[in-house]
Design a protein around this ligand. Sequence first.
Ligand code: ZN
Length: 492
Amino acid sequence: MILLLFIFTIDPRYHTLDEVAYELDSIANNFSSITLLDTIGYSTCDSLPIFALKISDNADVEEDEPEVLYIACHHAEEILGIEVCMYMINDLISKYHIDSTITYLVDNREIWFVPLLNPEGHSIVMELIDTTWRKNKRDNNNNGIFDLDYDGVDPNRNYDFYWSKGGSSDPSSEYYRGPAPFSDNEAMAIRDLCRAHDFVFCNTYHSARTGLGEVVYFPWRAGEYFSPDFYIIRGIADTLSKLIINDQGNGHYMALPGYGVDGRARNWLYGVKGIFSYCIEISTTCIQPGWMVDDICQRNLVGAYYLLERVSTGGITGCIYDSLTGEPLSAEVIINEHYDPNLPPRQSDSDFGRFLRILKAGVFNIEIHKSGYESKFYQNVEVGQNTLTELNVQLKRMGGTFIMENNDTAISINPNPVRGTVAIQLTNPLYFTSLKMYDIIGRLLKNFDTTTNEIVWHCTDELNRKISNGIYLLVGETNEQVLIIKKVVVLN
Ligand SMILES: [Zn+2]
């Protein structure tokens, strides 16, 4: 009986879903300036919440800071990852404004955690229904009952990237990939989070019940098909794995390429989103005795923190703007030395036009493309050891037509120079998608309504403040990708 209890009891050191929820909630309340708690989805069968916690200064604002994601518990029984995430969350918040490195990281990164991605599968483990349960609880045979021998989808084979190559099509298999790519809410929650953010790195935490433990897998090697960033990703995996001391204390984790491409999270995260992703197989089995947990977490923390440092040590970063309006642009960034045309484009984000590509020291040829804009090519861009090379890019709109005053019939401004009030005449308002006034350095001052032929302007900005004397640019964006620009002189 004692033996049975030992086998079938899970140490209370491990969090239940309720405990995760309670702890995240109290952290979000007590550290509200540096945390943001969100529910990014609900589990497929039981609609249990999937939480995400963001840690950063001004946490409720999306800032122009590198983002890093930590995910645990794709697989229900692999509960050590939850503890690593919760441990790291507590470490970050408790050392903020105490430890200068942690403070710097919180202030200059956006750190995201999804500590318990598969809550309904996890409940099967924690309620001791099956402590080796791996999948979620999808009702594969639609009989309204949870069948241990038939139900569930492996969330880590459900991603839409070489989906059909991974796992099993047999619902009873532990590796069942689901009826369709992204059929299940768990993988969808990660997909949507990654679409809404621009993660540079991601650790997904696992533990191997039977396979090799204490390994860091990275994407990918499929025969002779290597991921285009393979050597950079591998270099980082090598460093990361060496930082995590093994349970025996006589060595460290080992970095291995993930063989093949399939619907695992790490392949989708990297293949589709360009996120350097690492699958960390924690410890040597899924459920270790409670007394080992803190030590395992502490050793894993070192590797997790390394990624937060690595985002600023070796690569190219910059913002891409419209040369005329200064608007940030989402454009494709090609590093020729690490380019695979079969993968979706690596793009700058639309909020800031920011891109950040992790590289090793070297010399690179870079291309920036966006439809409707002239491409830019940069040769021999140097990236040094431990530094980020800054490359800000102004893209020029193609077919942009510069029409000076007095030779333009689409917009007329009379009188110009303007004193006090002026009528801006549009010959055909339907032709315009926007009409905006900028100052000479490209700051947007006023957005005009283009539904009428005649706009009366009192030389005021968006907040109805009088603008000062000087030269301004009225930019009309048209539905033919043509910009009409008129110089306006204000002499109040
Ligand atoms: Zn796993």
